[in-house]
Ligand binder design. Structure first.
Ligand code: SF4
Length: 316
C-alpha cells in the first residue's frame, strides 16, 4: 500500500493551523524529548511582544478560521500564558485554541483555563500528554477532572513505553472511567521513537477518538494505491498508524504548508510548517516587517515526523 495524496474531507471544518512554540522551558525532562524541544534557559517573549505578535498575525494571515496551537516545552509555564490566551481569544480570526500540555502545572492554572473556555465563544481544545517518567498519575487525573468539568474538549495522549507500564496502566484505569462518564474526552496513544512501545488495548476508546478527531477537523482523506495498483480513498484518524507502518515519507512531494499552517518559534521566527521546510525563516513575528507566506513547498525532508505535519494536504 502506498499513499498518493492527503487532503481535507469535503464539507469538513478546516482550520488554518498556527503552531506556536511559546517556550522551550518545561517542568519535565523526559529522556526521549528531543533536545531542540527543551531548553531550560530559552528566550520567553514579554506580554507586550506577544500582544503585538497576535495583532501582526491577524494582518498577515488572510484565513478567517485560525486555530492557535500552543506548544512547548510546556506552554502553561510561560509567565504570560494566561494573558496570552485572554488576548488571543479577543481576535476576530482566532476561532479556536488548542493547548498541548503535560497537565503538571498547578490546578489554578487549569481552573482559569476552564473559566476562560466557559465564558468564551472560542473553542478550547486541550491535548494532555501523559509522560510516565515524570508525571504523577494522581495529579494528572485531578487536573484532568477540572477540565472535564468545563467546555474544554480534551484529548489524552499516552506516551507508550514498556518501562513505564505500571504508571501507564494505573492512569489508563482512571481514564476508562472518565471516558465512560464524560462526553468531552477521548484517549489515544503516541509512539516514541527508540523506545520499546508498550502495546495496550484501545478498544474502549476507539469510537470516541474517531468522533473527536472528526469534530476537531483533524480527519483526512488518503488516496492510496494497493499492491495491485488499485486506487482507494480512505478516511484516516489515527496518524500514529501511518507512522508505525513507515508510510510517512513524502520527500519531494508538493506539500501545501503555508496555505494551511504556520509555525512560530519561541524567538519569533516564522516557518510555513512545523517541520521548518523553508530555506531559512520567512519572517519574524516580533518585528514590524510584514511578509508573504509561501503557499506550498517541495518536501525537503526524508520523514514527516508527527501527526500535525502528516495531516497537511500534500500530493505526490
Ligand atoms: S515533512 Fe514538512 S514539508 Fe515534508 S511532507 Fe511533512 S509537513 Fe510537508
Amino acid at each position: 500500500m502506498r499513499i498518493k495524496e492527503i487532503s481535507h474531507i469535503d464539507n469538513s471544518q478546516v482550520f488554518y493551523e498556527i503552531h506556536w512554540l511559546i517556550t522551550r522551558r518545561c517542568s519535565f525532562s523526559c529522556s526521549y524529548c528531543p533536545p531542540h524541544r527543551h531548553n531550560p534557559k530559552s528566550f520567553q517573549a514579554t506580554n507586550y511582544s506577544l500582544l503585538q505578535a497576535l495583532l501582526k498575525l491577524e494582518s498577515i494571515v488572510p484565513n478567517e478560521n485560525i486555530r492557535l496551537n500552543l506548544t512547548g516545552g510546556e506552554p502553561t509555564i510561560h509567565p504570560n500564558f494566561q494573558e496570552f490566551i485572554a488576548n488571543a481569544i479577543k481576535l476576530e480570526k482566532v476561532k479556536s485554541i488548542r493547548i498541548v500540555t503535560n497537565l503538571s502545572s498547578n490546578q489554578k492554572k487549569y481552573s482559569n483555563l476552564a473559566n476562560e473556555a466557559n465564558n468564551s465563544d472560542t473553542k478550547f481544545y486541550l491535548v494532555a500528554s501523559f509522560h510516565w517518567e515524570s508525571a504523577s498519575p494522581q495529579r494528572f487525573i485531578n487536573n484532568l477532572k477540572v477540565l472535564l468539568d468545563s467546555k474544554v474538549e480534551v484529548q489524552v495522549k499516552i506516551m507508550l513505553d514498556e518501562k513505564g507500564s505500571e504508571k501507564i496502566l494505573s492512569v489508563l484505569s482512571s481514564l476508562k472511567e472518565l471516558n465512560a462518564k464524560n462526553k468531552n474526552i477521548a484517549v489515544a496513544v503516541q509512539r516514541i521513537r527508540n523506545t520499546k512501545n508498550l502495546e495496550i488495548d484501545l478498544i474502549d476508546f476507539e469510537t470516541k477518538y474517531f468522533d473527536q478527531v472528526n469534530n476537531w477537523g483533524d480527519l483526512r482523506e488518503f488516496i492510496l494505491e494497493t499492491d495491485n495498483n488499485e486506487v482507494v480513498k480512505k478516511k484516516i484518524s489515527n496518524i500514529d498508524l501511518i507512522i508505525k507502518n513507515k508510510l510517512n515519507s513524502f520527500y519531494n512531494w508538493t506539500c501545501f504548508t503555508g496555505a494551511n499552517t504556520l509555525f512560530i518559534d519561541n524567538d519569533g521566527r516564522v516557518y510555513s510548517a512545523l517541520c521548518k521546510p523553508d530555506l531559512g525563516s520567512i519572517g519574524n513575528i516580533f518585528d514590524t516587517t510584514l511578509f508573504q507566506i509561501p503557499q506550498s513547498v517541495l518536501c525537503p525532508h526524508k520523514l514527516c515526523e508527527c501527526g500535525s505535519t502528516v495531516r497537511i494536504p500534500k500530493i505526490k
